[in-house]
Design a protein around this ligand. Sequence first.
Ligand SMILES: NC(=O)c1ccc[n+]([C@@H]2O[C@H](COP(=O)([O-])OP(=O)(O)OC[C@H]3O[C@@H](n4cnc5c(N)ncnc54)[C@H](OP(=O)(O)O)[C@@H]3O)[C@@H](O)[C@H]2O)c1
Length: 274
Amino acid sequence: MNGSGWMWNEARVAVLGGGTIGESLIAGLLRAGALPPEHLTVTARRSASAARLSSTYGVCAGTDNREAVDGADLILLCVKPGTVPEVLDEIRPHLHGEQLLISVAASVPLAVIEERVPGGVPVVRAMPNTAVRIGYGITGLCAGSFASAAHLEQARSLFSEVGHVVEVDERHMDAVTGLAASGPAFIYVVIEAMAEGGVKAGLPRDTATALAAQAVRGAGAMVLETGEHPALLKDMVTTPAGCTIDGLMELEAGGLRVTLIRSVVRATERAGDH
Ligand SMILES: NC(=O)c1ccc[n+]([C@@H]2O[C@H](COP(=O)([O-])OP(=O)(O)OC[C@H]3O[C@@H](n4cnc5c(N)ncnc54)[C@H](OP(=O)(O)O)[C@@H]3O)[C@@H](O)[C@H]2O)c1
């Protein structure tokens, strides 16, 4: 229970902005059985988007952010960064200190949110990725000045239903964005390219894609479950004078390593362009 007297999994949750990440969170929370659909309300700009979300997930959906906030204990702000000020100005008179506001907007610092909401409203900043949809997400969290340890725990509990959670200092949120929120896009390119290699080698495309995706899933799980350094795990695959070392030579010659480093750094810098 938090300082406001509600348990997060009994909370009424309003998702403001049912786009890519808002919908992924709704789908993930329902899939996990974390909340009943009738405890979830989602808003969108267009009524057609709201109608689709309502019929797909059985949640309450509409275009009125104020009404959604009035009935909510926990509010997930999932609109584009540029829309955040407009939505905060709209809901400000409806927010109070018994609620918890969680913003997933990239590049919008806690201070910017806090200056637009009434004093005392607890705010947590979160950076999830789209894999929350299937329970394989990773979410970075940091607490604002009015959020207690109990509020942070509420946020942790919610995002733990849809994947892993790390607490970070706010100065690291742009790096969480560049690595973990943008990261799936980089890895989809890797999977697509590895599959092309399989197709070039004669595999049917769907088989090649499944092999590439499962190899990536297995490698990720090996890093997480063994706790070994990725370099050691790579060495275990690389038999002396075998085929993997030939492939690794091509990979290094093509600059994949430095390209991925630069990709994360560039995405982090972009996230920091407040
Ligand atoms: N995509 C990701 O992987 C990801 C990951 C982590 C964080 N984020 C953050 O999540 C936020 C949303 O990104 P996204 O990719 O989900 O964007 P998106 O797909 O464009 O979704 C934005 C949603 O906001 C709705 N919306 C627009 N104006 C609104 C308003 N005034 N009131 C209520 N809803 C409104 C839109 O409604 P319509 O559908 O009717 O247009 C749409 O459903 C961003 O701040 C981003 O930084 C995204």
